[in-house]
Design a binder for this molecule. Structure first.
Ligand code: F1P
Length: 353
């Protein structure tokens, strides 16, 4: 797991150079066949959260109508065949997860074009989908998914960029520049936060429960951060949209609960600082992960992100400290993250519409 976390800068580099041509070809072919107008992104577990990240980007930055949902929900509640030119983009590291394979079959039966995003080109999903591109990176050796998570989120985002170009949508300012910086930014993040993540683990001895707060594309990143902790340390962890937290869950706060808050600078920092101060006043421990000076200076336990990193890719870059925390937390508790209990690389189960 730790090796795969460290390989993410290289994986980003490969996706942005080697994989990008294949992504362009897929977008162009799919565009020629049936100009897609509604983008369904699906996956299970980590791959579902990975799908939610580009899901946010497609809508917010690329102007594409998008729905991100678990594969099983797509199987049960697929769009009507006369829906607004749907396309299904299915994410699965293995390409073998039953619900995701079934979602692509269901789409094909209704005439919905299907794209496979997977690291196994020989998998059922890659072979059965209309379009598929090689992620171009060796898959995670560990059962726990880290590198393929951020890599498939990035590759799916790039696919959206190609569709947005074909639709003449206005791309986010500096997008290409920020993409080219991503591998170096990821390296910078690892160098800066690894020691801090270890310290955060050392300081967490009395914590029995973790809450992750994030917004925008960082919300699914938080879902994945909390899942990493559950998969490796089997502890209680949950996720809320930052401002949703006041609407109920706030009631349970007390000493022994740690709140991770992902606050990249720029968006609603002052409002989130107010929230974090309120949380802190309950006795719960606040650990912001942030590059905003006003947040970092306020909490002694902050994990400080490098200031120079790309704001566009916060969700991918802020994922790294959460992965590292989960890894070192498990090791600290005496668990082996490379032999997680009751977990396999992918799940096969019965799923029918
Ligand atoms: C999806 C997944 C993983 C999870 C576990 C079971 O696999 O849910 O996210 O960590 O190992 O399978 P995949 O469809 O991406 O191969």
């Amino acid at each position: 797991m730790i090796k795969e976390i460290h390989e993410q800068p290289n994986a980003f580099e490969r996706i942005l150079t080697h994989t990008r041509d294949g992504i362009r070809t897929v977008a162009l072919e799919a565009w020629k066949r049936k100009r897609p107008n509604t983008f369904y992104l699906v996956g299970c577990g980590s791959s579902y959260y990975a799908a939610m990240i580009p899901g946010f980007y497609y809508e917010y930055y690329l102007g594409l109508n998008t729905v991100a949902m678990p594969s099983s929900e797509f199987v049960w509640y697929a769009p009507k065949p006369n829906a607004n030119a749907p396309i299904l983009i299915a994410l699965s590291r293995s390409g073998k997860t039953s619900e995701t394979v079934e979602a692509t079959r269901k789409a094909k039966k209704s005439g919905i074009p299907t794209v496979a995003v997977t690291s196994d080109q020989k998998s059922t999903m890659a072979e059965e989908c209309d379009y598929s591109f090689d992620l171009g990176i060796p898959t995670d050796q560990s059962v726990i998914m880290t590198k393929t998570f951020t890599a498939s989120a990035l590759a799916s985002f790039l696919l959206g960029v190609e569709f947005a170009k074909l639709r003449n949508e206005v791309l986010p300012k500096n997008a290409e520049d920020e993409m080219s910086r991503l591998p170096a930014d990821a390296k910078d993040v690892i160098e800066n936060v690894e020691g801090q993540a270890k310290k955060a683990v050392e300081a967490s001895g009395s914590i029995s429960r973790y809450i992750y707060l994030g917004s925008g594309a960082c919300y699914p990143a938080c879902l994945e951060g909390a899942l990493k902790l559950r998969e490796t340390s089997y502890g209680a962890s949950e996720t809320y949209h930052s401002m949703e937290f006041r609407h109920g869950p706030f009631a349970e706060l007390q000493k022994g609960i740690q709140v991770f808050a992902i606050v990249p600078r720029g968006k609603a920092v002052t409002q989130q600082l107010t929230l974090l101060k309120e949380i802190n006043a309950t006795g719960a421990t606040v650990v912001p992960i942030s590059d905003a000076p006003e947040i970092i200076s306020h909490f002694k336990n902050s994990i400080r992100m490098p200031r120079s990193i790309s704001p566009l890719f916060s969700a991918l870059l802020y994922m790294i400290p959460m992965q590292l925390f989960a890894y070192y937390h498990a090791v600290d508790k005496g668990f082996n993250p490379d032999e997680p209990r009751n977990l396999s690389r992918y799940v096969t189960t019965e799923i029918k519409a």
